[in-house]
Design a protein around this ligand. Structure first.
Ligand code: FPP
Ligand code: ZN
Ligand code: K
Length: 417
């Protein structure tokens, strides 16, 4: 079935009930607004220069006052825009920008605890640690890499590991599947994955899959796109995804829930049932599709579970802010978080990723670095040359090759004593 037939098909089947609520009204408004912006049979142009200028703000200026709420997210304010800049165009990464990543990130290291906080002197935190290591991967700064105390970081990771197999975000903090993903992705980059670090974790992730088929933040919580990605990507770090995914997830119900995330006529994804489309789910949900397509060949064979063409249209027509940067939906302002994940979603649409276990020796801790990519086929999605963004590692959400290089640096140093 082509994307066009798919649209007609869904409209014929759409059921409108007579109950009007605040949510049904906003849903109708968003659908109408997006439909009005999307031109059929054409593609909007990706405004590269405008987005690059927006994404360079944190590298050259003081952030505007509305960013003060992100004072505990400084590593994210480095990772988000720099990842987005690099997939937009690798030439955006000047030596000057890259050389300033290391010192800025190292200022967030909590030396007493052994991991990174959201800012200078702040508590060590898994989200900040994940964003910090991703930013350091992008820096390619081996001098700074060699300053990281992997033993100390490993001890801290073990201190947030919980007896049920999950992880808490910080010492005494909340336990959720974000924490699992952030811990494992960090450990994979540093080549410090051990059996004791991962014991019981796949089973814990499995308990987060809900009756809807998606993955919730913790066992018993509502399925959500953000957590679905974290759970699926974490399984791809824990072992060979070809075995891990079907072993720990009910794949049919997961795929069923994922396919219900795309809305018509918007073309974008929602994060959960009965909520609105949002550009950032182009990655959180789209990333799940990338991984599944790369691991389970039957998902790759047809374009009937979701429409890449329609997601690309949502991104290009509805998520580009006229002031530069990418956004949740029309009417919202752009920000660095949405720029990172909307552009990653565009990359996912334009590339087909494959998991290739023979690429490397399959030692533990290497599973997430065995991904290859090619441009998606033109009968699945039209890729206009002027809109192409770069490929990713779909597990680490880093420009392709970047996480691999950092992992190899630490692999050459060997494992921990
Ligand atoms: C709902 O917000 C959002 C959540 C419940 C959390 C989502 C989780 C992520 C985005 C993943 C984070 C991942 C890492 C690696 C830190 P909402 O109610 O405003 O949005 P909604 O209406 O779209 O559900
Ligand atoms: Zn969003
Ligand atoms: K893809």
């Amino acid at each position: 079935m082509t994307a066009e037939q798919n649209t007609v098909h869904n409209e014929e089947l759409s059921v409108v009930d007579s109950l009007i609520t605040e949510s049904s009204t906003t849903q109708d408004e968003v659908a109408r607004m997006c439909a009005g912006m999307i031109l059929d049979g054409q593609l909007a142009v990706l405004q590269r220069q405008l987005h690059a200028d927006f994404l360079k703000i944190p590298t050259s200026f003081q952030l505007p006052p509305n960013y003060t709420g992100l004072d505990a997210s400084k590593p994210w304010l480095i990772y988000w825009p720099l990842h987005a800049l690099e997939i937009l165009d690798p030439d955006n990464q000047t030596d000057d920008i890259l050389s300033r990543i290391g010192p800025s990130i190292m200022a967030c290291l909590n030396e007493l605890e052994g991991a990174f906080g959201g800012g200078n002197g702040q508590t060590a935190h898994l989200a900040a640690t994940y964003a910090s290591l991703n930013a350091l991967a992008i820096s390619r700064d081996e001098q700074v890499w060699s300053q990281i105390n992997r033993e100390g970081l490993y001890k801290w990771l073990m201190s947030v590991k919980l007896p049920d197999g999950g992880f808490s975000m910080h010492i005494g903090g909340e336990e959720d599947v974000r924490a699992v993903y952030c811990a494992l992705a960090s450990a994979a980059l540093l080549n410090i994955i051990t059996p004791e670090l991962t014991e019981g974790t796949a089973e814990w992730i499995s308990r987060c899959q809900t009756y809807e088929g998606g993955i919730g933040g913790a066992p018993g919580n509502e399925a959500h796109g953000g957590y679905a990605f974290c759970g699926l990507a974490a399984l791809c770090i824990l072992g060979n995804p070809v075995e891990m995914i079907p072993k720990y997830l009910d794949v049919d119900s997961f795929v069923h829930w994922l396919s219900a995330r795309q809305y018509q006529p918007e073309g974008g994804f929602s994060g959960r049932t009965n909520k609105l489309v949002d550009g950032c789910y182009s990655w959180w949900v789209g990333g799940c599709w990338s991984i599944l397509e790369g691991v389970l060949p039957w998902i790759t064979s047809k374009d009937v579970l979701w429409s890449k063409a329609d997601l690309q249209k949502y991104i290009l027509y509805c998520c580009q802010s006229p002031r530069g940067g990418l956004r949740d939906k029309p009417g919202k302002s752009s920000d660095f978080y949405h720029s990172c994940y909307v552009l990653s979603g565009l990359s996912e649409v334009q590339h087909r990723y494959s998991f290739r276990p023979k690429l490397r020796e399959s030692k533990s801790g290497e599973w997430s670095f065995m991904w290859t990519y090619e441009l998606e086929s033109p009968d699945i999605v039209i890729i206009d040359e002027q809109n192409v963004v770069g490929p990713l590692n779909p597990v680490h959400v880093l420009p392709a090759g970047v996480g691999e290089r950092m992992h190899d640096f630490y692999a050459a140093l060997g494992t921990l004593e």
